[in-house]
Design a protein around this ligand. Structure first.
Ligand code: FAD
Length: 500
C-alpha cells in the first residue's frame, strides 16, 4: 500500500511508443512508474533486429511531427535532438508505378513539388498549394485540436462536427483529394498516406489529408541507427527519471476490485499493485484477455470486425544496392483501388502487389555491410479474419514479392543477392504483440471508430484504468500514439489531483 507521502504507483502494460510516452509523462508528474513488456526487448511494433551486420527496424520508419518528441523529452529535462541524431529526408520518398513507367519524387519544397507534378498535369500542379492550405486547416483545427482532447462524452465530438463539415473533413479522403487532383498518379500520391496507419483512402474521413500536409509542414525525418534509437532514448529517459522497464513480463490480468484497477497479475503469477494502470496493449485483447471479458458500456468497440489490415514484411540483407531505390520507395501496382478494397474491406489476399520499401543504408551506411542493403519490404495484406494460414502460404508470398521486385520493379539480381532474411506475417503480429486478428495498425481509423467512438484514453467502466496506443484515441502512427499518451497522462493527473 502506498501512503499519502509516497508517490502513486503506475503500471504501464506494453512498451510501444504509446506506453513509453505515457510512462515518461507520468514520471514527469511524480508517479512511480513501471512498464511491463511481454517481449524480451522494448519498442513493440518499433522493435529492431540485427543479423550478420544488417539492421532492420521492424515497423515505423518515417518520423513525422518530431516536435511531439521535443515536447515529451523536455518534460524530463532532456533534449530530444541531443538524445538522437535526426536527419531530414528530401525527397521524402519516391512513388513508382512500374507497370506504366510513371514516377513521382515527393519533395518538401512546394515549388519543386509543383514542377514535379506539372510533368504529369499542370492543372493538378497548380492546385497543390490550395490542397496544402485546405489540409493544413484540417491539421490545425480537426487533428491537433481533437487529438489532444479526451472524448469522455459525446459533446466534444458533437462540437467538433461543424468544424469538420466546414473544412469538408468528414467526407472520404478520396473525395477531398479528387477536388484538387484529376491525374490518377497524382491523386494516388496525395491520398495514399492513410494506408500508413491502416486506413482505406476511400473510406477514412478527409481528416487524414492532414498526413500529406504535416510532412510538408514539419518534414520527414530519419534517426541515425533507425527508429529504434528513439525507443532506446525513451528507455534511457524513463530509467534516468527513476522508472523501470521490465521485459519478458507478460500481463495476464488487470486486477479489478470494486470497479477499480488495483494492479496487474503477470503470467507467472506475480502481482504488481498500482493505483493507476495504463494499457498500451491491443484494445480487444485488453478487454477480452486482461479484463477477462468484463463488460463495457460500448461492447461494439471491441468487435474484431473493427480491426484494421495487417502486413506481410520481408527483411532482406543483400550484398548489392539498386540506385533507383531512395531511402523510402513505394511501388504501386495496377488496380490500386481494387488492391486496397481487397486488403482492407473484403479481407482477401490481393491479386496485384503494391509495396513499400525502406532502405535505411541510403542515409545511414552503418545499417548494412558495405555495398549491401538492409531492405524492409511491406505488403499490405488482410488481417487473420481472412482465414489464411500464413504458416502454409508465407513461402509462396515471399516468392511472389521477390519476383515482382526483380521482374516488374527492376531490382535485377535481387533473389541471388539475398544473404540473410527474416519475415513477419499477420500470425506473427498476433503472436508477438498479442494483436487481435494479427492487425498491424489496430482499430481501423474510420469515422465511426474515431474520437468518442474509439477506445477512450480513460476506461469508461473501470476506474484507474487508462488506454494509450494505436487502438486508443486518437489512433495509430507514432505522432498519434504520442498525442494519445499526452491525453491519457493528463487524465491521470486530473484524477489524482496533481497540478499541471
Ligand atoms: C510495419 C509498420 C510500419 C509502420 N510505419 C510507420 C511509420 O513509418 N511512421 C509512423 O508514424 N507509424 C508507423 N507505423 C505505425 C506505428 O508504428 C504504430 O502505430 C505505433 O508504433 C504503435 O505504438 P503502440 O503504442 O500502439 O504500441 P505497440 O508498438 O503496438 O506496442 C504494444 C506493446 O505492448 C506489448 N503487450 C501487448 N500485450 C501485452 C501484455 N499482456 N503484457 C505485456 N506487454 C504486452 C506488446 O508486446 C508490444 O510491445 C507502422 C506500423 C507498422 C506495423
Amino acid at each position: 500500500m502506498s501512503t499519502a507521502s509516497q508517490p502513486k504507483r503506475a503500471i504501464v502494460i506494453g512498451s510501444g511508443f504509446g506506453g513509453l510516452a505515457a510512462a515518461m509523462r507520468m514520471l514527469a508528474a511524480g508517479l512511480d512508474v513501471t512498464v511491463v513488456e511481454r517481449l524480451p526487448a522494448p519498442g513493440g511494433r518499433a522493435s529492431q533486429i540485427t543479423d550478420q551486420g544488417y539492421t532492420w527496424d521492424l515497423g515505423p520508419s518515417l518520423v513525422t511531427m518530431p516536435w511531439c518528441f521535443d515536447e515529451l523529452f523536455a518534460l524530463l529535462d532532456r533534449d530530444f535532438r541531443e538524445e538522437v541524431e535526426l536527419i531530414g529526408l528530401d525527397p521524402f520518398y519516391r512513388i513508382d508505378w512500374p507497370h506504366d513507367g510513371t514516377r513521382i519524387d515527393f519533395k518538401g519544397d512546394v515549388e519543386e513539388m509543383q514542377e514535379e507534378l506539372a510533368k504529369l498535369s499542370p492543372h493538378d500542379a497548380a492546385n497543390y498549394p490550395a490542397f496544402l492550405k485546405a489540409s493544413g486547416l484540417i491539421h490545425e483545427n480537426a487533428v491537433l485540436a481533437a487529438g489532444r482532447k479526451a472524448f469522455e462524452n459525446p459533446l466534444p465530438f458533437a462540437k467538433l462536427l461543424p468544424t469538420m463539415l466546414r473544412l469538408d473533413a468528414a467526407r472520404s479522403l478520396s473525395h477531398f483529394c479528387a477536388k484538387y487532383f484529376d491525374e490518377p498518379h497524382i491523386f494516388q500520391s496525395m491520398s495514399f498516406h492513410s494506408l500508413y496507419i491502416g486506413g482505406d483512402p476511400y473510406r477514412v474521413p478527409a481528416v487524414y489529408a492532414a498526413l500529406a500536409y504535416l510532412q510538408v509542414a514539419d518534414g520527414v525525418w530519419y534517426t541515425k541507427g533507425g527508429t529504434y534509437s528513439i525507443v532506446q532514448a525513451m528507455v534511457r529517459a524513463i530509467e534516468g527519471a527513476g522508472g523501470r522497464v521490465r521485459c519478458s513480463a507478460d500481463v495476464d490480468e488487470i486486477i479489478v476490485r470494486g470497479g477499480k484497477a488495483i494492479g496487474v497479475r503477470l503470467a507467472d503469477g506475480e502481482v504488481l499493485p498500482a493505483e493507476v494502470v495504463v494499457s498500451d496493449a491491443d484494445p480487444v485483447r485488453t478487454r477480452t484477455r486482461l479484463l477477462k471479458g468484463a463488460p463495457d458500456r460500448a461492447p461494439w468497440r471491441f468487435r474484431g470486425s473493427n480491426n484494421g489490415m495487417s502486413c506481410f514484411l520481408l527483411y532482406l540483407g543483400t550484398d548489392r544496392q539498386w540506385p533507383e531505390l531512395l531511402h523510402h520507395t513505394l511501388f504501386v501496382g495496377d488496380g490500386y483501388r481494387k488492391f486496397i478494397n481487397d486488403v482492407t474491406k473484403k479481407r482477401v489476399l490481393p491479386e496485384t502487389l503494391s509495396l513499400y520499401l525502406h532502405v535505411p543504408a541510403r542515409t545511414d551506411p552503418a545499417m548494412a555491410p558495405a555495398g549491401g542493403d538492409s531492405l524492409a519490404v511491406l505488403l499490405p495484406v488482410p488481417n487473420l479474419a481472412s482465414g489464411d494460414d500464413w504458416g502454409a502460404i508465407s513461402d509462396t508470398w515471399r516468392d511472389k514479392v521477390i519476383d515482382y521486385l526483380e521482374h516488374d520493379a527492376g531490382l535485377t539480381g535481387l533473389r541471388a543477392s539475398i544473404k540473410v532474411e527474416h519475415r513477419m506475417t499477420p500470425a506473427d503480429f498476433e503472436q508477438r504483440y498479442d494483436a487481435d486478428e494479427g492487425t498491424a495498425f489496430s482499430t481501423e481509423p474510420v469515422l465511426t471508430r474515431s474520437a468518442y467512438f474509439r477506445q477512450p484514453n480513460k476506461d469508461r467502466t473501470v476506474n484507474g484504468l487508462y488506454h494509450v496506443g494505436a487502438g486508443a484515441h486518437p489512433g495509430a502512427g507514432v505522432p498519434g500514439v504520442l498525442l494519445g499518451a499526452e491525453v491519457a497522462a493528463g487524465l491521470v493527473r486530473r484524477d489524482l489531483g496533481i497540478a499541471t
